[in-house]
Design a protein. Sequence first.
Length: 132
Amino acid sequence: MMSDVPLGVFLSGGLDSSIVAAIAARIAERDGRRLMSFAVGSECSPDLLAAREVAAFIGTEHHEAIFDPSQAQALLPTVIRSMELFDPRTVRSALANYLVAELAGRHVKVVLTGEGSDGLPLRALAQRARTP
């Protein structure tokens, strides 16, 4: 959270990104700033609906982009080329990350994500959330 450039979070509305966003929003508020959050998805996707709800609850300046299947399909070659592999589960996630990174890049220079946090013990996260 120590940054001299605008900072934001990717927010899917899932547990991992919501915990990261909530902690970051609390720190930003303490420092007199308002955290920006970013989400992408298709029209009426559960992730977008959940991200909106979390963003409203934690008080972020929320930004989102809605994409349709044809836009996603057009980006597939670019995403696969940048990944240098093809695994359907990874590509699906990478496509969303590509789109949300593109959106965030219009507003901030640094982002926090919940990617990879499944491996962290929840107890450690809970302890950090309680620490002022």
